[in-house]
Ligand binder design. Sequence first.
Ligand code: RIB
Ligand code: CA
Length: 314
Amino acid sequence: MAEQQKIIIDTDPGQDDAVAILLALASPGELQVLGVTVVAGNVPLPLTVRNALNVVGLSGRQDVPVFAGCDRPLHRESVTAEEVHGATGLDGIDLGEPALTAAPGHGVDFIIDTLRREETGTVTLCTLGPLTNIATAFTRAPDIIARVKRIVLMGGALFEGGNVTPAAEFNIYVDPEAADIVFRSGVDLVVLPLDVTHKALTSRAWIEGLRALGTRAGAAVAAWTDFFERYDTQKYGTEGAPLHDPCVIAWMLRPDLFDGRFINVEIETQSALTLGMTVADWWRVTKRAPNALFIGSVDRDGFYALLTERIARL
Ligand code: RIB
Ligand code: CA
Protein backbone atom coordinates (compact mmCIF):
# COMPACT_ATOMS: atom_id res chain seq x y z
CA MET A 1 0.00 0.00 0.00
CA ALA A 2 1.28 3.46 -0.85
CA GLU A 3 2.40 5.51 2.17
CA GLN A 4 -0.18 7.81 3.78
CA GLN A 5 -0.25 11.27 2.15
CA LYS A 6 -1.02 14.46 4.12
CA ILE A 7 -3.64 16.65 2.48
CA ILE A 8 -5.70 19.76 3.09
CA ILE A 9 -9.04 19.81 1.25
CA ASP A 10 -10.19 23.27 0.13
CA THR A 11 -13.81 23.17 -0.90
CA ASP A 12 -17.15 24.90 -1.69
CA PRO A 13 -19.73 22.11 -1.09
CA GLY A 14 -21.58 21.42 -3.56
CA GLN A 15 -22.82 17.85 -3.99
CA ASP A 16 -19.73 16.80 -5.94
CA ASP A 17 -17.45 18.35 -3.30
CA ALA A 18 -19.38 16.34 -0.69
CA VAL A 19 -18.72 13.06 -2.49
CA ALA A 20 -15.04 13.98 -2.81
CA ILE A 21 -14.79 14.74 0.92
CA LEU A 22 -16.44 11.41 1.79
CA LEU A 23 -14.08 9.57 -0.58
CA ALA A 24 -11.07 11.15 1.16
CA LEU A 25 -12.33 10.51 4.68
CA ALA A 26 -13.13 6.90 3.77
CA SER A 27 -9.48 6.37 2.77
CA PRO A 28 -7.46 6.86 6.00
CA GLY A 29 -4.91 4.27 4.91
CA GLU A 30 -3.78 6.46 2.01
CA LEU A 31 -4.85 9.99 3.04
CA GLN A 32 -4.33 11.89 6.28
CA VAL A 33 -6.77 14.79 5.98
CA LEU A 34 -5.16 17.48 8.13
CA GLY A 35 -8.16 19.76 7.75
CA VAL A 36 -10.92 21.05 5.49
CA THR A 37 -10.85 24.73 4.54
CA VAL A 38 -14.02 26.19 3.09
CA VAL A 39 -14.41 28.92 0.47
CA ALA A 40 -17.35 30.80 -1.05
CA GLY A 41 -18.24 29.30 -4.42
CA ASN A 42 -21.26 27.23 -5.35
CA VAL A 43 -23.19 29.06 -2.60
CA PRO A 44 -22.15 31.80 -0.12
CA LEU A 45 -19.65 30.95 2.62
CA PRO A 46 -22.10 30.44 5.50
CA LEU A 47 -23.76 27.70 3.46
CA THR A 48 -20.55 26.09 2.19
CA VAL A 49 -19.31 25.95 5.81
CA ARG A 50 -22.62 24.43 6.99
CA ASN A 51 -22.44 21.88 4.19
CA ALA A 52 -18.82 20.95 4.91
CA LEU A 53 -19.64 20.44 8.60
CA ASN A 54 -22.57 18.20 7.67
CA VAL A 55 -20.47 16.13 5.27
CA VAL A 56 -17.61 15.62 7.75
CA GLY A 57 -20.23 14.76 10.38
CA LEU A 58 -21.83 12.21 8.03
CA SER A 59 -18.44 10.55 7.53
CA GLY A 60 -18.05 9.99 11.27
CA ARG A 61 -14.60 11.60 11.15
CA GLN A 62 -15.15 14.26 13.81
CA ASP A 63 -11.34 14.34 14.21
CA VAL A 64 -11.01 16.39 11.02
CA PRO A 65 -11.29 20.17 11.63
CA VAL A 66 -13.33 22.41 9.31
CA PHE A 67 -12.29 26.06 8.93
CA ALA A 68 -14.22 28.93 7.35
CA GLY A 69 -12.10 30.70 4.73
CA CYS A 70 -12.60 33.55 2.29
CA ASP A 71 -16.14 34.75 1.68
CA ARG A 72 -15.57 36.42 -1.69
CA PRO A 73 -13.11 36.47 -4.62
CA LEU A 74 -9.94 38.58 -4.38
CA HIS A 75 -11.13 41.46 -6.56
CA ARG A 76 -14.55 40.61 -7.93
CA GLU A 77 -18.14 40.19 -6.89
CA SER A 78 -19.17 36.66 -5.93
CA VAL A 79 -20.57 34.32 -8.57
CA THR A 80 -22.62 31.37 -7.27
CA ALA A 81 -24.29 28.29 -8.77
CA GLU A 82 -27.56 27.68 -6.96
CA GLU A 83 -29.11 26.66 -10.29
CA VAL A 84 -26.86 23.61 -10.24
CA HIS A 85 -26.58 22.81 -6.54
CA GLY A 86 -29.87 24.13 -5.17
CA ALA A 87 -30.52 26.93 -2.67
CA THR A 88 -28.64 25.16 0.15
CA GLY A 89 -25.78 24.10 -2.10
CA LEU A 90 -26.35 20.52 -0.96
CA ASP A 91 -29.91 19.89 -2.10
CA GLY A 92 -31.01 16.28 -2.49
CA ILE A 93 -31.18 15.27 1.14
CA ASP A 94 -31.76 17.37 4.26
CA LEU A 95 -29.05 16.59 6.81
CA GLY A 96 -30.43 19.18 9.23
CA GLU A 97 -28.25 21.49 11.35
CA PRO A 98 -24.65 20.27 11.62
CA ALA A 99 -23.67 18.59 14.88
CA LEU A 100 -20.11 19.84 14.38
CA THR A 101 -18.97 23.45 14.62
CA ALA A 102 -16.25 25.16 12.62
CA ALA A 103 -12.79 25.19 14.20
CA PRO A 104 -11.64 28.58 15.52
CA GLY A 105 -9.48 30.63 13.18
CA HIS A 106 -9.53 31.44 9.49
CA GLY A 107 -8.96 28.79 6.84
CA VAL A 108 -6.15 30.82 5.28
CA ASP A 109 -4.30 30.91 8.61
CA PHE A 110 -4.78 27.15 8.97
CA ILE A 111 -3.20 26.61 5.53
CA ILE A 112 -0.25 28.90 6.40
CA ASP A 113 0.30 27.45 9.89
CA THR A 114 0.00 23.84 8.69
CA LEU A 115 2.48 24.30 5.83
CA ARG A 116 4.94 26.01 8.21
CA ARG A 117 4.53 23.23 10.79
CA GLU A 118 4.62 20.14 8.58
CA GLU A 119 7.85 18.97 6.97
CA THR A 120 8.56 20.69 3.64
CA GLY A 121 7.23 18.81 0.62
CA THR A 122 4.83 16.59 2.57
CA VAL A 123 1.47 18.40 2.30
CA THR A 124 -0.71 18.30 -0.81
CA LEU A 125 -3.46 20.89 -1.31
CA CYS A 126 -6.56 19.27 -2.87
CA THR A 127 -8.75 22.11 -4.12
CA LEU A 128 -12.36 21.61 -5.17
CA GLY A 129 -13.56 25.21 -5.58
CA PRO A 130 -12.38 28.72 -6.43
CA LEU A 131 -8.72 29.24 -5.48
CA THR A 132 -9.25 32.30 -3.27
CA ASN A 133 -8.01 30.70 -0.02
CA ILE A 134 -4.86 29.32 -1.63
CA ALA A 135 -3.99 32.57 -3.41
CA THR A 136 -4.58 34.57 -0.24
CA ALA A 137 -2.30 32.25 1.75
CA PHE A 138 0.44 32.46 -0.91
CA THR A 139 0.20 36.26 -1.01
CA ARG A 140 0.16 36.68 2.78
CA ALA A 141 2.94 34.10 3.41
CA PRO A 142 5.12 33.58 0.31
CA ASP A 143 7.45 31.40 2.37
CA ILE A 144 4.92 28.56 2.31
CA ILE A 145 4.90 28.24 -1.51
CA ALA A 146 8.14 26.23 -1.60
CA ARG A 147 6.83 24.02 1.23
CA VAL A 148 3.79 22.74 -0.72
CA LYS A 149 4.27 19.23 -2.13
CA ARG A 150 1.66 19.61 -4.88
CA ILE A 151 -1.69 21.17 -5.67
CA VAL A 152 -4.25 18.80 -7.18
CA LEU A 153 -7.15 20.92 -8.36
CA MET A 154 -10.48 20.57 -10.11
CA GLY A 155 -10.77 23.44 -12.54
CA GLY A 156 -10.46 24.66 -16.09
CA ALA A 157 -11.35 23.28 -19.47
CA LEU A 158 -9.88 22.98 -22.95
CA PHE A 159 -11.53 20.87 -25.65
CA GLU A 160 -14.67 20.54 -23.52
CA GLY A 161 -15.32 24.28 -23.46
CA GLY A 162 -16.46 26.19 -20.39
CA ASN A 163 -19.52 25.59 -18.20
CA VAL A 164 -20.03 29.20 -17.05
CA THR A 165 -19.02 30.95 -20.27
CA PRO A 166 -18.02 29.32 -23.56
CA ALA A 167 -14.41 29.74 -22.43
CA ALA A 168 -14.38 29.33 -18.65
CA GLU A 169 -15.06 26.67 -16.01
CA PHE A 170 -16.73 27.77 -12.75
CA ASN A 171 -13.87 27.36 -10.21
CA ILE A 172 -11.49 29.43 -12.33
CA TYR A 173 -14.11 31.91 -13.55
CA VAL A 174 -15.24 32.86 -10.02
CA ASP A 175 -11.73 34.04 -9.06
CA PRO A 176 -9.42 34.24 -12.08
CA GLU A 177 -6.85 36.41 -10.30
CA ALA A 178 -6.57 33.77 -7.57
CA ALA A 179 -6.14 31.05 -10.18
CA ASP A 180 -3.46 33.15 -11.92
CA ILE A 181 -1.49 33.40 -8.65
CA VAL A 182 -1.68 29.63 -8.19
CA PHE A 183 -0.78 28.75 -11.79
CA ARG A 184 2.20 31.16 -11.72
CA SER A 185 3.37 30.03 -8.26
CA GLY A 186 5.77 27.34 -9.46
CA VAL A 187 4.08 24.73 -7.28
CA ASP A 188 3.72 21.27 -8.82
CA LEU A 189 0.18 21.30 -10.30
CA VAL A 190 -2.17 18.49 -11.32
CA VAL A 191 -5.23 19.92 -13.06
CA LEU A 192 -8.48 17.96 -13.46
CA PRO A 193 -10.49 20.03 -15.97
CA LEU A 194 -13.93 19.48 -17.47
CA ASP A 195 -12.15 17.51 -20.23
CA VAL A 196 -11.73 14.64 -17.77
CA THR A 197 -14.61 15.23 -15.36
CA HIS A 198 -17.10 15.14 -18.23
CA LYS A 199 -15.91 11.58 -18.87
CA ALA A 200 -16.61 10.63 -15.22
CA LEU A 201 -20.36 10.49 -15.81
CA THR A 202 -22.67 8.91 -13.25
CA SER A 203 -25.03 6.10 -14.26
CA ARG A 204 -28.43 5.07 -12.97
CA ALA A 205 -27.04 1.64 -12.09
CA TRP A 206 -24.24 3.19 -10.02
CA ILE A 207 -26.61 5.48 -8.13
CA GLU A 208 -29.01 2.63 -7.37
CA GLY A 209 -26.05 0.50 -6.28
CA LEU A 210 -25.14 3.13 -3.72
CA ARG A 211 -28.73 3.33 -2.51
CA ALA A 212 -28.74 -0.47 -2.16
CA LEU A 213 -25.81 -0.22 0.31
CA GLY A 214 -28.44 0.65 2.93
CA THR A 215 -26.12 3.11 4.65
CA ARG A 216 -26.61 6.83 5.45
CA ALA A 217 -23.57 7.70 3.34
CA GLY A 218 -24.79 5.59 0.41
CA ALA A 219 -28.26 7.12 0.64
CA ALA A 220 -26.82 10.65 0.83
CA VAL A 221 -24.52 10.21 -2.17
CA ALA A 222 -27.37 8.69 -4.19
CA ALA A 223 -29.70 11.57 -3.24
CA TRP A 224 -27.09 14.25 -3.95
CA THR A 225 -26.26 12.68 -7.31
CA ASP A 226 -29.91 12.33 -8.24
CA PHE A 227 -30.35 16.05 -7.57
CA PHE A 228 -27.03 17.15 -9.08
CA GLU A 229 -27.41 15.23 -12.33
CA ARG A 230 -30.78 16.70 -13.35
CA TYR A 231 -29.11 19.99 -14.40
CA ASP A 232 -26.25 18.51 -16.44
CA THR A 233 -28.24 15.73 -18.11
CA GLN A 234 -30.69 18.36 -19.39
CA LYS A 235 -27.87 20.77 -20.38
CA TYR A 236 -25.65 18.22 -22.10
CA GLY A 237 -28.25 15.63 -23.11
CA THR A 238 -26.20 12.90 -21.46
CA GLU A 239 -27.44 9.92 -19.45
CA GLY A 240 -25.37 10.77 -16.41
CA ALA A 241 -23.75 13.83 -14.85
CA PRO A 242 -20.06 14.60 -14.36
CA LEU A 243 -18.79 14.00 -10.82
CA HIS A 244 -16.17 16.73 -10.98
CA ASP A 245 -14.52 17.03 -7.57
CA PRO A 246 -14.16 13.33 -6.66
CA CYS A 247 -11.71 13.14 -9.60
CA VAL A 248 -9.23 15.12 -7.44
CA ILE A 249 -9.31 12.60 -4.58
CA ALA A 250 -9.46 9.64 -6.95
CA TRP A 251 -6.27 10.93 -8.62
CA MET A 252 -4.61 11.00 -5.19
CA LEU A 253 -5.68 7.41 -4.55
CA ARG A 254 -5.29 5.91 -8.03
CA PRO A 255 -3.40 8.17 -10.46
CA ASP A 256 -3.20 5.16 -12.78
CA LEU A 257 -6.89 5.61 -13.57
CA PHE A 258 -6.08 8.95 -15.25
CA ASP A 259 -4.04 10.18 -18.19
CA GLY A 260 -2.83 13.63 -19.22
CA ARG A 261 0.04 15.79 -20.43
CA PHE A 262 2.59 18.02 -18.69
CA ILE A 263 1.98 21.32 -20.49
CA ASN A 264 1.81 25.07 -20.05
CA VAL A 265 -1.47 26.38 -18.63
CA GLU A 266 -2.09 30.06 -18.05
CA ILE A 267 -5.18 31.98 -16.93
CA GLU A 268 -6.99 34.74 -18.81
CA THR A 269 -7.60 37.61 -16.37
CA GLN A 270 -8.13 40.58 -18.71
CA SER A 271 -10.51 39.72 -21.56
CA ALA A 272 -14.23 40.14 -20.86
CA LEU A 273 -14.93 37.56 -23.55
CA THR A 274 -12.62 34.80 -22.27
CA LEU A 275 -12.15 35.77 -18.60
CA GLY A 276 -11.18 32.73 -16.51
CA MET A 277 -10.13 30.58 -19.46
CA THR A 278 -7.38 28.03 -18.80
CA VAL A 279 -5.23 28.60 -21.88
CA ALA A 280 -3.74 25.10 -22.06
CA ASP A 281 -1.00 24.52 -24.63
CA TRP A 282 -1.98 20.87 -25.26
CA TRP A 283 -0.21 20.78 -28.67
CA ARG A 284 2.84 22.65 -27.31
CA VAL A 285 2.62 25.32 -30.01
CA THR A 286 4.27 27.92 -27.77
CA LYS A 287 7.62 28.00 -26.06
CA ARG A 288 5.93 28.65 -22.72
CA ALA A 289 7.36 26.39 -20.01
CA PRO A 290 5.14 23.51 -18.90
CA ASN A 291 3.71 24.09 -15.40
CA ALA A 292 0.87 21.58 -14.99
CA LEU A 293 -0.08 17.96 -15.50
CA PHE A 294 -3.34 18.59 -17.39
CA ILE A 295 -5.54 15.49 -17.18
CA GLY A 296 -7.64 14.57 -20.22
CA SER A 297 -9.06 11.10 -19.54
CA VAL A 298 -10.15 8.66 -16.84
CA ASP A 299 -11.03 4.96 -16.60
CA ARG A 300 -14.71 5.55 -15.80
CA ASP A 301 -15.41 2.01 -14.60
CA GLY A 302 -12.35 1.99 -12.36
CA PHE A 303 -13.30 5.42 -10.99
CA TYR A 304 -16.82 4.34 -10.04
CA ALA A 305 -15.65 1.01 -8.64
CA LEU A 306 -13.26 2.92 -6.35
CA LEU A 307 -16.01 5.33 -5.29
CA THR A 308 -18.44 2.53 -4.45
CA GLU A 309 -15.86 0.50 -2.53
CA ARG A 310 -14.85 3.51 -0.40
CA ILE A 311 -18.33 4.97 0.20
CA ALA A 312 -19.42 1.49 1.32
CA ARG A 313 -16.88 1.73 4.16
CA LEU A 314 -18.71 4.67 5.81
O1 RIB B 1 -17.15 23.44 -12.66
C1 RIB B 1 -17.30 22.45 -11.68
C2 RIB B 1 -16.81 22.92 -10.36
O2 RIB B 1 -17.59 24.03 -9.94
C3 RIB B 1 -16.99 21.86 -9.25
O3 RIB B 1 -15.98 22.05 -8.29
C4 RIB B 1 -18.33 22.21 -8.66
O4 RIB B 1 -18.43 21.82 -7.29
C5 RIB B 1 -18.31 23.71 -8.75
O5 RIB B 1 -17.60 24.20 -7.62
CA1 CA C 1 -16.58 22.39 -5.94
